[in-house]
Design a protein around this ligand. Structure first.
Ligand code: BG6
Ligand code: MG
Length: 216
């Protein structure tokens, strides 16, 4: 039975994809090529440097490492500026209610995010107190689909993997959950998240009772 819920941040609890997109688009325009919303799908759940590599491949550019570090830092400055104005209104539908329901039912909760900006977002939206453990991109050495972020979270909660479920909106995240030996509920479309146990449109469709569907 499920004793702990682990949540991805971007695209599961908050809608930050648009800010990542705008910052990457601005960078691509400075570099002289276009970057579409469809291209942006490929960056979901992917670490900052891996995202830059994908962006540069779209623009057919090969750059030196020092230059890449500089571009990634510039993108991050714009992104940090956008999230500095975030507040609780940007929490996705159902997220707060489900986190509260987890708490009310004695389930442990952890954050498992690739982002190095997760703490800023959690604090600005008021989500920080809802977590028993917070693992973000500042605490991991391998990015999703590596299971490290979720394995660490479960360890910190003191709950074995088979009693954990991960909520993810990215393919790489679903794979990470699988490799960690955990159940996984996809948030978004079944077309891309087929490896999840089941897929829901948003956390507004989630209840503590539905966790029993994972045991069927
Ligand atoms: C993930 C996002 O959660 O974090 C990616 O889905 C993002 O789009 C990644 O690139 C890293 O985030 P940051 O804030 O450290 O650049
Ligand atoms: Mg995500």
């Amino acid at each position: 039975h499920i004793r702990a819920c682990l949540f991805d941040l971007d695209g599961v609890l908050v809608d930050t994809a648009k800010y990542h997109y705008l910052a990457w688009k601005r960078l691509s325009q400075e570099l002289g090529f276009d970057f579409t919303e469809q291209d942006n799908e490929r960056l979901k759940g992917v670490s900052r440097m891996a995202s830059l590599d994908i962006l540069l491949s779209i623009g057919k550019l090969t750059l030196e490492d020092a230059k890449k570090q500089e571009l990634a830092a510039r993108k991050n400055d714009w992104y940090v500026e956008s999230i500095s104005n975030m507040d609780h209104t940007e929490i996705l539908p159902g997220a707060l209610e489900f986190l509260q329901a987890c708490r009310d039912n004695g389930l442990k909760t952890a954050l498992g995010s690739a982002s190095k900006n997760a703490m800023t977002i959690l604090n600005n939206t008021g989500l920080t107190p809802y977590f028993d453990a917070i693992i973000d991109g500042t605490r991991t050495s391998s990015a999703k689909p590596d299971p490290e972020v979720f394995t660490l979270g479960a360890q910190e909660l003191g709950v074995p993997a088979e009693h954990c479920v991960v909520f993810e909106d990215a393919e790489a995240g679903v794979e990470a959950a699988r490799r960690a030996g955990m159940s996984c509920i996809g948030i978004g479309s079944a077309a891309t998240l087929g490896q999840a146990d089941f897929v829901i449109a948003s956390l507004a469709d989630m209840t503590v009772e539905r966790l029993s569907e994972l045991e069927a």
